[in-house]
Design a protein around this ligand. Structure first.
Ligand code: ZN
Ligand code: ZN
Length: 184
């Protein structure tokens, strides 16, 4: 999986007011013509269209029978509420695991390695989905910096980028936008 960086909160206003709004962002989309180095897409609410989501089902492997995960599932079937908590904490102790952090997700087998190997071999694009699947296309793209920005549902919510965003980068983009608007 490609690494993503959280978008610095204190840049939210600048990005929205100095870049998205001047480009014509309104009612969650842009109807105006965009400069050639910028792409903007609203959040995609639909399903994967490249087939990756179905292909994942082919990875029909499970945790090893000795894995904490399998033992935990057995406990979950057997006990409820506090009783379950108590048995889970004991299981953590038995297996030398932290009961405070990750007690629902600990894995003591090679499941993740198997998954990663499978993923690397089968993936259609960096994120699993092919790079043109609407689920992985960035919501904002600035070509000169190869900067991809993603948001969750609406701009400036759960925003992430493919590289660390700096002040200089944002100024470069807003200057480019201002330039484009002037020439229009
Ligand atoms: Zn897809
Ligand atoms: Zn496991």
């Amino acid at each position: 999986m490609t690494k993503r960086f959280p978008f610095p909160k204190h840049f939210d206003d600048f990005f929205y007011q100095e870049i998205l709004v001047p480009l014509g962002w309104k009612d969650y989309d842009i109807k105006e013509e965009l400069p050639e180095d910028i792409q903007v897409r609203p959040y995609y609410w639909g399903d994967c269209t490249c087939g990756w989501d179905d292909q994942i089902l082919d990875f029909d492997q499970d945790h090893h029978e000795d894995c904490y995960q399998i033992k935990l599932v057995a406990l979950r079937e057997q006990f409820k509420g506090e009783e379950y908590d108590k048995h889970r904490d004991n299981l953590c102790k038995e297996m030398n695991l932290d009961k405070k952090y990750g007690s629902e997700v600990h894995c003591t087998c090679d499941y993740n390695q198997r998954w990663e190997k499978w993923f690397e071999y089968h993936k259609l694009g960096e994120e699993g989905c092919s790079d043109d699947c609407p689920t992985v296309l960035p919501n904002f793209y600035f070509k000169p910096l190869d900067l991809k920005i993603y948001w969750y549902k609406y701009p400036m919510r759960g925003v992430e980028s493919n590289k660390k965003v700096t002040r200089e980068m944002l100024i470069q983009i807003s200057d480019y936008v201002a330039d484009f608007k002037e020439k229009q």
